[in-house]
Write a protein that binds this ligand. Structure first.
Ligand code: NAD
Ligand code: UDP
Length: 311
């Protein structure tokens, strides 16, 4: 039985990851400060004697006997990461230093949940891992984008300087059950608005694109990444290459929920990337032929079903 630490384990992705790791027979320590996560996301795991929850902020050091660490702690929705941008940077940077220090002391392997946001508003499309990105260092999204870029730097430096075994994955927009209803990201916003009969808020003209990945596909990619050869550190893109405009997404949600909600247009937030789509050639090659299995319609169906149970 492996002892595994999941930071941000009470969040949307973290709760799915904890469940998967428990199912595979591991002992899971879930660490979270409940900034955007919730005890509700892990209630169903707490009966399991091999699951342990620790309330802790990763900007301060933490110690436990662990063999693997999945570092997910960090708010992911622009609404929340911009609410306290200094804390967002601290979480990414000091959190990475604390978790890398732990990995170093315990000789544990550590995986960083990085993001497609490291590509910023990209000039290369689709985005390959070799693209260095186009990121504004002083804008409203910088606390998240630059925080995650610095975390990648720290991961590579601990690997080169201290031989820490590291893995970096760059996650593209992911959605699914256990997203919080007031998370503020586009998929949850549109579904909640549609189910409540409220206006569907498109920011800008809705022509900007994103590639949406269902959470189960991401979790499969993550658990395949951890056991890869030690000399394979990544970064590797994990996302679904299906690309949709926000107008297309809104129309799909309207059609699938049968809502009478109307689309309304709101101002585009600053530095909002115009397009995003992963090149997943490397993931396919290195992660045993991994590729997303769930298309947008199937994923939305499951997510709509979930939101109907919590609203
Ligand atoms: P989320 O907000 O649901 O989960 C983040 C979790 O981290 C929450 O439970 C929150 O309470 C916790 N947390 C935040 N700051 C913390 C701190 N200082 N100490 C301890 N816990 C803290 O978001 P998510 O979508 O589940 O994202 C998980 C990870 O995946 C994040 O690192 C995010 O950057 C990354 N990611 C997510 C997406 C996506 O589309 N969902 C895309 C790219 C990257
Ligand atoms: N968006 C939107 N309406 C919403 C929420 C978001 O049109 O109610 C847009 C947002 O401006 C962005 C896209 O949807 O262009 C994806 O936003 P999200 O916050 O989900 O992810 P990110 O911008 O971080 O990729």
């Amino acid at each position: 039985m492996k002892q595994i630490l999941v930071t941000g384990g009470a969040g949307f992705i973290g709760s799915h990851l904890c469940a998967r790791l428990l199912k595979e027979g591991n002992y899971v320590i879930c660490l979270d400060n409940f900034f955007t996560g919730s005890v509700k996301n892990i209630l169903h795991l707490q009966q399991n004697p091999f699951f342990e929850f620790v309330r802790h902020d990763i900007t301060t050091p933490f110690s436990a006997e662990v063999e693997e660490i999945y570092n997910l702690a960090c708010p992911a929705s622009p609404v929340y990461y911009q609410e306290d941008p200094i804390q967002t940077v601290k979480t990414s940077v000091m959190g990475a230093i604390n978790m890398l220090g732990l990995a170093k002391r315990k000789k544990a392997k550590i995986l960083q949940a990085s993001t497609s946001e490291v590509y910023g508003d990209p000039f290369v499309h689709p985005q390959t891992e070799s693209y260095w990105g186009n990121v504004n260092p002083i804008g409203p999204r910088s606390c998240y984008d630059e925080g995650k870029r610095c975390a990648e730097t720290l991961f590579m430096d601990y690997h080169r300087q201290n031989d820490v075994r590291i893995k970096i994955i760059r996650i593209f927009n992911t959605y699914g059950p256990y997203m919080s209803a007031n998370d503020g990201r586009v998929v949850s916003n549109f579904i909640v608005q549609a189910l409540q009969g409220n206006d569907i808020t498109i920011y800008g003209d809705g022509t900007q694109t994103r590639s949406f990945q269902y959470v189960d596909d991401l979790i499969e990619g993550m658990v395949r990444m951890m056991p890869t050869d030690d000399d394979f550190t990544g970064p590797v893109n994990i996302g679904n290459p299906g690309e949709f405009s926000m107008l297309e997404l809104a129309q799909k949600v309207i059609e699938m929920t049968g809502t009478k909600s109307k689309i309304v247009f709101r101002p585009l937030p600053g530095d909002d990337p115009k397009q995003r789509k992963p090149d997943i050639t490397l993931a396919k090659e290195k992660l045993g032929g991994w590729e997303p299995k769930v298309n947008l319609e199937e994923g939305l169906k499951e997510t709509i079903k979930y939101f109907k149970t919590i609203l």
